[in-house]
Every structure is written in structure tokens, then in C-alpha cells.
Design a protein around this ligand. Sequence first.
Ligand code: MG
Length: 374
Amino acid sequence: MKITDVEAVILRLPNLDDIACDGTQDALIVRIHTDEGISGVGEADSSPYVCKTIIEAPPSHAIARGLKHVLIGQDPFDVEMLWQRMYEASIYYGRRGAAIHAISGVDIALWDIIGKASGRPVAQMLGGAYRDRVRVYASTLMPERPEEVAARVRPLVEQGYTAVKLGWGPLGRSLDLDVALVRAARDAVGPRVDLMIDIGLMYDAATAVRMVRLFEPFNLFWLEEPLPPDDLAGYARLADAVDTRIAAGEEDATIYGFRDLVERGHVDVIQPDIARCGGFTEARKIGHLAAEHNLLCVPHAFSTGILVSASLHFAATLRRGNLAEFSVQESPFVRDLLRAPFRLESDGTVRVPTGPGLGIELDEDVLERYRYHS
Ligand code: MG
């Protein structure tokens, strides 16, 4: 089997709000075609415009090439070797960030092809699924005022979510407001639902230690990204000082980034995003790292249904860590891009797709409606 084409399709909402910290308003979809008529789909959660260029750029020299030129004519089953070739071909401008995000989109599509060609779901091709459904947490943005929190989260609990995360928005602007927002969130979800708070990089280490202690009465399942991702010394200071789980990793890419986060940052929960960390090929190594250190590994996923599917397949392969993020944002890319959208089961889980590859089908009408032409 040979790769014949690599497509990078940008989707964008016409009314995109670039002040909101909401990554569900545009997307980069990667489609890879083969000479056997099998096509795979993936996505990169990044700047779609930058990643499209990284895929399509003509070669500058041996280690500054667009990914497409590495892939054409290659066999998708050589996925691990192709990952390494893409990494080497982009090493001058890549190694982390957008280059790895673009590689992630390609890698997801290659695994989709491998699964389709084998007639088996990706989770099985990755080594086997421990479960056929994965517990998910509802993920949404923190409302501006404590009085608005109940209206945002009570419907989620009523729908059957057993875990809820609120993040970004006003968090970090005022420490008193942060305590009031977290109290309102705990009051709204009740005592039995797991509650996570995502500070969105707003604290320094000393503030974070103090705030985690103030949040202790609200029994958080984890506190996410209180510090900027490069403050690994701050993460270590915080994680060593408090009992609440500290979660991070959505900004990180490759096993190298996650090894630093674990060994230097001492975090308790790592959150690789399959559409950013390097796709399944790298997420698998990150999952092994988490198992080695007995840490929770919970995939970050705040984009389209393609990433939801990838995250469910990956989470199903983790021995420990039966949990994945599930965005409840009202974006058509979350809700409508798949012909059969994911649904919450009555026990707060979502079924891992059982069809070949990712086990999803895109709605071509939605794809065309939001296709962005630069
Ligand atoms: Mg986050």
C-alpha cells in the first residue's frame, strides 16, 4: 500500500471569537489517501493555518521539509518509521510545537488507515483495549460569575456525567473570586461528582500552593495547569507541597516533553492531547511512561469528534486511567462533524468505536460548509 495524497483541510466558524479561549472554533483535518482506495482521517489541534503550511511546504533542505513530501509513496504500515522520518525532516523548525502537532494529525490518519486495512479498531491495533467504554468528564469554560456556575454545570450532572471540569475564563484574575467560583462549582455538582478545575496558567508557584490549600474543602479530583508549562520547578514545588492531584501536559509534545514534566515537574496526572503530543505513536510511549511512574494518564481533548474518537481508543488501551476529556462546547465541530456523534451512556461513559480504524465517518456537508479558503 502506498500513500498517494495528503490533504490538510482547515475548518473555521464564520463568527469566530478570537478573544475567547475556545479551541473548538476552527480545526485542521488531515486526510491521507492510498493507492488501495483506503483513506484515513486525523486532526491537529493547533493553529490550523500553521499546521497546513507544515504539511504542504516544499522542501528547503534535508532537515527542513514539509511532511507531505516525506509521506508520498510510503506505506502507512511503516507508521513508527514514518514518525521518525517526519521528526527528522522537520528538525530545523520543529522538535516541539506546531511541527509535532502536524505530525500528530498525520499519525492519527495513518493509524486510521492501518485499522481500516486490517478490519480492526485502532485500540486493538495499538495492542488491545482493556474496556469497551471509557468514563468521560464533561469539560467546559468557567462562567464569569459564581451565580452563573450552577446553570452551566447542573444540566451536565443531570445528563449523567460523573465528573465535570471547569476552566479558564475568569480564573486567576482575583484569588477571592477563584475561591467563590470553585465553591459554587462544588455546591452545584454535589458531593459525589468528581470536580476538576483548570486555572489556565495564571498562578505562580507560591500562589498555587496557597490556593490549593484554600480549595481543599471543595475536594478537587485535580487542579489543572495552575502554572505556565515551562515552570517545571514551580510544578515540582507545588506538587511536593500539597495533597491535591496536580494535572498538566496539554501544552507538551513528544516523550521528551512528558518525561521532563514527570521527572522534573512531579505532576500527578499527565494529559497528552493525541492531536498535539505526536499522535498515537507518541501517546503510546507517554502511556507507558505514566504506567512506569504509576500516574494517571487522561487524554486532553477539546476539539472535533475525530479527536474524541482518538482519545477513546487511546484511553481504552491504558491499564490504569479509565477517563477521558469530553468537551461539551456548543461548536458544530464538536457536535456535527461526525455522522454518528458520540453519546453519553447512562453510567457516565462513552463507547469506544468498534468499526475499523477510528470507527468514524465525517459528514462531508459539514466539512464543506465550514471549509476555510485562505
Ligand atoms: Mg486544560
